[in-house]
Write a protein that binds this ligand. Structure first.
Ligand SMILES: Cc1cc2nc3c(=O)[nH]c(=O)nc-3n(C[C@H](O)[C@H](O)[C@H](O)COP(=O)(O)OP(=O)(O)OC[C@H]3O[C@@H](n4cnc5c(N)ncnc54)[C@H](O)[C@@H]3O)c2cc1C
Length: 485
């Protein structure tokens, strides 16, 4: 009998747990630890943030699904890993603290044969003074944040109806943020709502980003083949900004937020301020607050985790200049760099470097998007690691791992630009591979045949369909496993 513990019930952890349960025998145990009682389809938080969906439409309780599937669930936060055991517990184990209201703040340990760290991002609002819902800006990172943001948006729309001009700023709240695609989506959803409310001419809408140019999205931009011509995500995105009258502040790092004022620095070293009546700025991410200890009780966190808190896996972490970055630097098995039976997937693994070219201001401030790890790659990593673990449980530890590198994986991103079954729109993009491979595709780093973008109503339908399909899948309804990650 084997026991697999999965930390995190987001896109990667929940996918891994469901596949493991399906692939392993009844005698094997699958255990999930996650601090929230509910699963959240995070991409649709954008629609909650403009009041077009409720929190209940994008979340559901995990416990009944896990009960039905025979997965042990602990509503708790993992705090420390003991992969070699400890003086108290001989087997590899993880320390947890319950958030479950019935056992809140109780501590426990869970032993495992295999451990998957799928703890995603810690929303690091603290990196920027004044950033976030506890400071002076809003967020759509959780369903609760998005609900609060929708109420604030409704209030500024009301002010515009009463003849008050409003300044709306949407983007990222630090020079090293990722998830620019989500900020872009929220910008155009808000812009769409302002038009629908008949107040567009009363609003100044600004997209605020650390990207070097529009269309970078943290993946260094894309070159598309469109109707036989080549175009770039920069040109494509710029035309949307022009058409919708959205201003952009590029190459920006937020230093501090005061009530109604963003203090920021740009790549050329200049410092400025931007006033706002409504600001939704995404936070930078770091890894969950996990520590790791060896058998003697010595802390080995710096060997297991990168300084960012993300888990070091089978990547090449040697510091090399941009020109020497290679597709092979990216991990493919997600095995911990230190412990063979521990894996880090989704946002929880430490990327070897950015994808966009790194840039620093004359003051030494890093202003470069961190590499995104979106839903599709996160789900694929979860399934890949589940396959490896299931094989090893059935056939022995020496079985070769399954592989899925972001440098050989494609991704489809559908960025909503306004909700509505008849008048909605979305920018649908596919790229292959996610991490450019200039050895294989010397001109653009990606396959022109498999990288494209299209904007229109069809994109909105796809986005809405993905919402329904992925919630169906996450609820483990009949034949859920036939739906690709
Ligand atoms: C606003 C927004 C919009 C987005 N839109 C899109 C989109 O349109 N398309 C797309 O592909 N991607 C999108 N993304 C990105 C997508 O949400 C992520 O790629 C995906 O959620 C990553 O999966 P994950 O499993 O790594 O992390 P998550 O899904 O964040 O899951 C992490 C899990 O770990 C849990 N956890 C945290 N700490 C601990 C701990 N100490 N112990 C145990 N559990 C812990 C969390 O509670 C959570 O359950 C968006 C992201 C945001 C913020």
């Amino acid at each position: 009998m084997a026991r697999v513990v999965v930390l995190g019930a987001g896109i990667s952890g929940h996918t891994a747990a469901l596949h493991l349960r399906r692939m392993l025998g009844k005698g094997d145990q699958v255990v999930v630890v996650s601090p929230n009682s509910k699963w959240n389809w995070i991409p649709s938080n954008i629609w909650v943030g403009v009041g077009k969906m409720t929190s209940d439409q994008v979340t559901f309780p995990l416990a009944p699904i896990y009960r039905r599937k025979g997965i042990e669930f602990h509503q708790a936060l993992a705090t420390a890993l003991y992969p070699e055991g400890s003086s108290d517990v001989a087997s590899p184990h993880v320390a947890i603290t319950y958030t479950d209201p019935a056992r809140v703040n109780e501590s426990a340990t869970l032993s495992y044969d295999y451990l998957i760290n799928a703890t995603g991002p810690k929303l690091n609002f603290a990196a920027t003074p004044g950033l976030g819902p506890d400071g002076h800006t809003l967020s759509v990172c959780t369903a609760q944040h998005a609900t609060e943001t929708a109420a604030r948006l409704a209030a500024v729309i009301e002010r515009m109806r009463n003849g008050e001009r409003q300044r709306l700023v949407i983007g990222v709240g630090h020079g090293t943020c990722t998830c620019e695609g989500a900020a872009f989506e929220y910008t155009f959803n808000v812009e769409h709502e302002l038009r629908a409310a008949g107040v567009r001419e009363m609003a100044d809408v600004t997209y605020f980003t650390n990207e070097y140019e529009l269309g970078d999205f943290g993946v260094g931009g894309m070159v598309f083949a469109q109707r036989g011509f080549e175009t770039t995500s920069k040109m494509w995105t710029e035309s949307l900004f022009r058409e919708r009258g959205v201003h952009a502040v590029l190459q920006a790092h937020v230093e501090m937020i005061e009530p109604g004022v963003i203090h920021y620095e740009q790549l050329d070293g200049t410092k400025s301020t931007l006033e706002f009546d409504f600001a939704m700025l995404l936070p930078p991410f770091r890894g969950a607050d996990l520590q790791a200890f060896d058998a003697t009780g010595q802390e080995v966190s710096s060997e297991v985790f990168a300084p960012s808190g993300f888990m070091k896996v089978d990547a090449n972490y040697a510091a090399t200049p941009y020109e020497e970055w290679r597709a092979e630097d990216w991990p493919s098995t997600y095995e911990s760099a230190r412990f063979a039976n521990v894996f880090g997937v989704g946002i929880a693994f430490a990327p070897p470097h950015q994808i966009s070219r790194p840039r620093t201001s004359p003051n030494g401030t890093v202003i470069t998007p961190a590499p995104p790890r979106t839903g599709m790659p996160s789900g694929v990593m979860g399934k890949t690691v589940a396959l490896t673990i299931a094989d090893r449980i059935k056939s022995g530890e020496s079985v070769a791992p399954h592989k899925a590198s972001m440098a050989t994986m494609g991704a489809a991103c559908v960025a909503s630009a306004g909700v509505g079954l008849r008048n909605g729109s979305a920018a649908a993009m596919t790229m292959y591979p996610v991490v450019p491979d200039f050895q294989r595709y010397p001109e653009t780093g990606r396959s022109l045949k498999d990288t494209f973008g299209e904007i229109g109503l069809a994109g909105h339908w796809i986005k809405y369909m993905l919402h329904l399909v992925f919630i169906y899948k996450a609820k483990a309804r009949p034949l859920w496993f036939m739906i690709p990650e």
